[in-house]
Structure formats: C-alpha cells, structure tokens
Design a protein around this ligand. Structure first.
Ligand SMILES: O=C(O)CC1=CCC(=O)O1
Length: 267
C-alpha cells in the first residue's frame, strides 16, 4: 500500500494509467475514499497518469487530531506531488475535493494545469449545521448520519436504479473513522473562498448537479462566474454526480482535460 509521510501524517495514494501521459490528481469528497473514482478510472487510466489519494482522516490515510483546514488538505496534495516528482498536474476534486482544488488553484497556481471543481461550493454553511453534525457523530458514531447523507448524495431514482452502487458508497461512508470525518467537517465549515476564487487562472471546469442539496448548483454557478473563462456544466444528478451520471461526468471531464468543449452546458 503506497503511502508518503507529510509532517507525520500518512497519506495513502495509488498511481495508475498510462506512463508518460499528463498527470491527473483526483481528490475525494467528505466521507469517501479514493475508491469514489471507480466509475471514472477505466476511461481516465487510458488517457492520463492518475494519482488518487485518500484525504487525511479518510480511508487508509492517517487520522491526526483535528480540526483540519482546507489549506492543510491542499498542502497534502503538494506534498504528494513533490514526493512523486510531479511538477504540474491536472486536478479534479468533488465537493471537499473541489474545495481543495480551489485552494490549489489560488495558492499553488504553478502546479496546476487544468482544474475541475465538481459538486462543490466556495462557502458551505451554515456553521450550525456542521456543528450539529459533528456533535451527532461524536456522540453516536457514523451510523447515525449515514441514511440522511446518502439521501443527499443520490436522488431517489438513482437509489432505486443502482442499489449495489449506492451500497458500495454507503459502506465507504460508514467505514470512515468518526474523528477523521468530524475533523474534515470542520475544514469544510471554516472555509470561505468566495473572494479568492477570482484569482484562479488555470482553465477551469465546474460541474454541478441539478438536484444537489449539499452543494447546490447555484454555488457551482457562483464559482464558475467568478473564475475568468470557466466552463459550467450541470448534470441531472444529486451530489455524487460522478456516480449518478457517470458516463456524462467522465465525458465532460475528459473533453475538458483534453482541450475540447466550451461554455455553459446542461445535461
Ligand atoms: O456529505 C455531505 O453532506 C456533503 C458534503 C459536503 C462537503 C463534502 O465533501 O460533502
């Protein structure tokens, strides 16, 4: 199991795909692992050298004492890139992964080639909601929040249509260590990148989900509107659009990373 140590924190990663192809870094959402990218991997691995990793507090990465910050999550990516001698990479993150991507686009611009910010927000409030969730997980464990979170991640139609995929994702969430989950909830709660995103200069794709209640489409639109030249695409999905509209998500991402596709699109 490949890992690096970033200032005492173990970061678990996997490298797959074509050698000598452009690097693409994939960053997971809150309560998932690098396995959240399974629907995309067959296509992405044909075209890119893919680095995916477990955000600290998740999967097989370390779970240092929280709270964490989005800046720490961004610096973990730089540490991984440094350790693997990756000078520049495309970056795709979903939800919390997208927040990490915004931080990188703002604070580590020379390292980022193209940026895909998916089902994400530059500010995700209100703080009370996060504090309530943190308190619930602290006192009752992950099981107490799993059903409500899954209902935000997938539409009822997808839950009916793809019960096995939903079960796979539910298991990822349920297996997340409670203290790692709440430390990342705090990072998300404390982030406000609404002003700074305007500094992003990397070519940027924003993907949103029409039925996303966690990071609503209007939040994605705000991010896209503030980044010069950003492409905005809305998919018929809830929060984990890379599962619910896997083919469209992958095609949109590949088109963007390979320099095809322009403007605003819905689908
Ligand atoms: O889990 C949720 O409720 C939605 C979410 C917010 C940040 C993230 O990564 O997922």
């Amino acid at each position: 199991m490949p890992t690096i140590d970033n200032e005492g924190v173990r970061l678990h990663y996997q490298v797959e795909g074509k050698e000598d192809a452009p690097w693409l870094v994939l960053s997971n959402s809150l309560g998932t692992t690098l396995a959240m990218w399974e629907p995309q991997m067959p296509d992405l691995a044909q075209r890119f050298r893919v680095l995916r990793y477990d955000t600290r507090g998740h999967g097989a990465s370390g779970v240092p004492t929280g709270p964490y910050s989005v800046a720490q999550l961004g610096r973990d990516v730089i540490a991984l890139m440094d350790a693997l001698h990756i000078e520049r990479a495309h970056f795709c993150g979903l939800s919390m992964g997208g927040m990490t991507g915004m931080w990188l686009g703002i604070h580590a611009a020379p390292r980022i080639e193209r940026l895909a910010l998916c089902n994400t927000s530059a500010l995700i409030g209100p703080a009370e909601v996060w504090n309530t969730r943190i308190a619930k997980v602290d006192s009752e464990g992950m099981a107490a929040i799993v059903p409500a979170v899954i209902d935000r991640w997938f539409t009822p139609a997808f839950q009916q249509r793809a019960p096995q995929q939903v079960a796979q994702v539910r298991e990822m969430l349920a297996q997340t260590q409670a203290s790692g989950y709440t430390a990342n909830c705090a990072a998300v709660r404390d982030m406000d990148q609404r002003e700074e995103v305007a500094r992003i200069q990397a070519p940027t794709l924003v993907i949103a989900g029409t039925h996303d209640q966690a990071t609503p489409a209007k939040d994605g639109k705000l991010v896209a509107d503030r980044i010069a030249g950003a492409r905005y695409v809305e998919l018929d999905a809830a929060h984990l659009s890379n599962w619910e509209q896997a083919d469209k998500f992958t095609a949109t991402l590949v088109d963007f990373l390979t320099g095809k596709g322009q403007g605003v699109a819905h689908g």
